[in-house]
Ligand binder design. Structure first.
Ligand SMILES: Cc1ncc(COP(=O)(O)O)c(C=O)c1O
Length: 363
């Protein structure tokens, strides 16, 4: 049996009528920029996360970028983040002219609070924790460090919409939170999209203004902004999908529980660790093994799709080599050698996950 790493067509097929109707509504009304679908999604997601404001933006990367812009982070400022993640956090820190400072990860693949604490300098302005693979960082420890040093927090919850830490939703801890609606995220658009979460009225107004060319009112520019708006078509599609997010996250968690059992006895395979107080929504199920490449080849031969997130840490890549040296973040570097993500999208069938578990035991 072939098992795809993910298959987005299944989700569309299951919701075709709702999604097509939402798209048709935007096309019929031609409310293509802003409008009721964007507003409804902003309100619904802010309420879910438990903050006062959601501001729809053009992508998860832009959600992070506009967050740093709104906080006035720039040249001379340092922002602490992870070397083991997608590139966006380091990219946006550099784009605003600030300096990324890496801190190593812990066994959950998220930032190690002790490493963060050790990385704080008088120039540190903010921490940018990445809630990787579906679970939050230790937000109690990071919150304490930020409070003591007077730092801002911008959460990257691109992979963790619906995850909780001590019962509180990802996106509600930081001064700002940034989510992505990239198609393979827990709530995925049919293209790019993102949202900024914020509890502070003034800060939210600044984010909104920056997303519209820094204009207030229209054609009167009070700040250097950009075009970072969420597309109405994407908002309509996301609005049709949103009522299903909890069920999809529950399904991901059920797949993870199955894999946890199925892989319990498999030699040289470490199952993912979820930190205390955290509820993961498993955007990815990532195992570790020194035999990763062998395992991946074996699964590929059996027709099972897998992926390596991430094959290279950020601090050794050509664009960011000046930010660290090989060996400086050993846990991130080891993760890059060992990680393998297994299929875990909500529509994965029981037969398919059984096949994955069985094939994993064969190597
Ligand atoms: C951890 C993380 N941060 C940021 C992003 C950027 O999101 P986007 O692709 O919507 O720009 C992604 C995913 O793509 C991500 O996985």
């Amino acid at each position: 049996m072939k098992v795809p790493f993910f298959d987005l067509t299944r989700q569309y097929e299951s919701l075709r009528d709702e999604i097509d109707a939402a798209v048709a509504d935007v096309l019929t009304t031609q409310r293509c920029i802003g409008g009721p679908h964007v507003q409804a999604l902003e309100e619904a997601l802010a309420a879910r996360v438990g903050v006062a404001h959601g501001i729809g933006v053009s992508s998860g990367t832009d959600a992070l970028l506009v967050s740093l812009m709104a906080l006035g982070i720039g040249p001379g400022d340092e922002v602490i983040t992870s070397p083991f993640t997608f590139v966006s956090p380091v990219e946006v820190i550099m784009r605003v002219g600030a300096t990324p400072v890496f801190a190593d990860i812990d066994e959950t693949f998220c930032l190690d609070p002790a490493a963060v604490e050790a990385a704080v300098t008088p120039r540190t302005r903010a921490i940018l924790p990445v809630h990787l693979f579906g679970q939050t960082c230790d937000m109690a420890a990071l919150g304490r460090i930020a409070d003591e040093a007077g730092l801002l927090i911008v959460e990257d919850l691109a992979q963790a919409l619906g995850a909780t830490f001590e019962g509180r939703q990802a996106g509600s801890f930081g001064d700002l939170g940034a989510v992505s609606f990239f198609p393979t995220k827990n709530l995925g658009a049919a293209g790019d999209g993102g949202m900024v979460f914020c509890d502070d009225d003034e800060l939210a107004a600044r984010v909104r203004c920056l997303c519209r060319h820094g204009a207030q009112p229209k054609y009167h520019h009070v700040a250097l902004g950009g075009n970072f708006r969420l597309d109405a078509l994407q908002a309509a599609i996301l609005g049709a999908k949103l009522p299903h997010l909890d069920a999809w996250n529950a399904r991901r968690r059920a797949h993870a529980a199955f894999y946890d059992q199925a892989l319990a006895g498999v030699p040289d395979v470490t199952r993912p660790t979820v930190g205390p107080g955290r509820r993961s929504v498993y955007n990815q199920y990532v195992i570790r093994s020194e035999r990763r490449d062998e395992l991946q080849a074996h699964l590929a031969e059996a027709g099972i799709g897998t992926a390596v997130y991430y094959p290279e840490p950020l601090h050794t890549q050509p664009a960011f080599r000046h930010l660290g040296r090989p060996g400086q973040f050993p846990r991130a570097e080891a993760a890059c050698r060992q990680v393998l993500a297994l299929p875990i999208f909500p529509e994965l069938t029981e037969g398919e996950r059984t096949e994955v578990g069985g094939r994993m035991s064969e190597v």
